[in-house]
Design a protein around this ligand. Structure first.
Ligand SMILES: [Mg+2]
Length: 359
């Protein structure tokens, strides 16, 4: 069985926990409206006013002028995230983090030790409450996508268990938008067809779905038929290290953008070296003045954490792979993924267990 565990309004809850005077007030964690920031998290009090994450701070302030706005402390949230992770790993080594505040856990092998999977979910929630004074929403199911739907269903402080025999009955009445990969645009197509629930989607022939959505059609069909064989893939390390900045004013000058990129690359490279990690895939993220956001990536011949090598790749993406007509730019980001450390590569070579290194 699989647990999907998602902290409730994570950054905002951490801030509230550390500053009791915030309790009961709308709290927004994010950049300032003056600096064209974005909402990173909003507590449930602020959400009542329509504020949500990824919203421009200017708009959030308009919706909820009396909200307390707090600058994000990402390093601190990451340290809390490690505490969360430590609790997970006391129940199972099979933890797949999706972000700082969200993970899949495969607890199938843990049941003989800790009791049924639902009981493990309850224990984890209780430990969060007692040790971290934070709440999480938990979904328990026999596959990933149902567990994820279940955790989102009763937020905050939710706890939803879907027994294997109940999956179809659980899914059928839910709106199609709950399925993984069905966003606004796809949702509208279903809406026009009069297909509102997962149960209705399940009645559609595979061929029709393929005609409508190409290869995604089969994906929707499988999910509606509760097919999802993806394993929980444990990953002891961050999947990527990145950094980005939103400019106070849009920038159209390529020389200025290059200077910003140097800064971003240097920060990312330094963090890679601090953790003795190298990465192979370099990604550039750009948000244009009209909020359209694109990413461009390239994979290097060899992993690196050398600033110069990463910068060369970043500059190539910036200067050769961006349509110049789209300038100016309001946000620039740089990240490195496909991470690994050199020691690990050697151990794999000799097929030695690296368990000792984690103790
Ligand atoms: Mg969350």
């Amino acid at each position: 069985m699989i647990l999907h565990i998602d902290m409730d309004a994570f950054y905002a809850s951490v801030e509230e926990r550390d500053n009791p005077s915030l309790v009961g007030k709308p709290v927004i964690v994010g950049g300032s409206a003056e600096n064209r920031g974005v909402v990173a998290a909003a507590n449930y009090e602020a959400r009542k006013f329509g504020v949500h994450s990824a919203m421009a701070s200017v708009q959030a302030r308009r919706l909820c002028p009396h909200a307390v706005v707090i600058k994000p402390r990402i390093d601190y949230y990451a340290s809390v995230s490690r505490q969360i992770r430590d609790i997970f790993e006391q129940f199972t080594p099979l933890v797949e983090p999706l972000s700082l505040d969200e993970a899949f856990l495969d607890v199938t092998g843990s049941e003989s030790l800790f009791g049924p999977s639902a009981e493990i979910g309850r224990q984890i929630k209780q430990r969060f409450r007692e040790e971290l004074r934070l709440t999480a929403s938990v979904g328990v199911a026999s596959n990933k996508f149902v567990a994820k739907i279940a955790s989102a269903l009763k937020k905050p402080d939710g706890f939803v268990v879907v027994e294997p025999g109940e999956i179809q009955a659980f899914l059928d009445p839910l709106p199609v938008g709950r399925l993984w990969g069905i966003g606004k645009v796809t949702g509208q197509v279903f809406e026009q067809l009069g297909v509102r629930t997962i149960g209705q989607l399940r009645q559609m022939p595979l061929a029709t779905l393929n005609d409508l959505f190409g290869s995604s059609g089969e994906h929707y069909w499988q999910l509606a038929h509760r097919i999802d064989d993806r394993q929980v893939v444990p990953d002891r390390k961050a999947k990527s290290i990145s950094n980005e900045t939103t400019f106070a004013e849009d920038i159209a000058d390529m020389e200025v953008l290059r200077a910003w990129l140097v800064e971003l690359v240097e920060q990312v490279a330094r963090r890679l070296r601090q953790h003795d990690i190298k990465g192979r895939t370099v990604e550039l993220k750009v948000r244009f003045a009209d909020f359209q956001t694109i990413t461009r990536s390239m994979t290097l011949a060899e992993s690196t954490n050398i600033t110069r090598e990463l910068l060369d790749a970043g500059l190539e993406l910036l200067t050769k792979h961006l349509p110049a007509r789209h300038l100016p730019i309001r946000l620039l980001g740089f990240g490195v993924s496909k991470l690994g450390d050199s020691a690990k590569a050697q151990l794999t070579l000799f097929d030695q267990p690296d368990r000792k290194r984690h103790q």
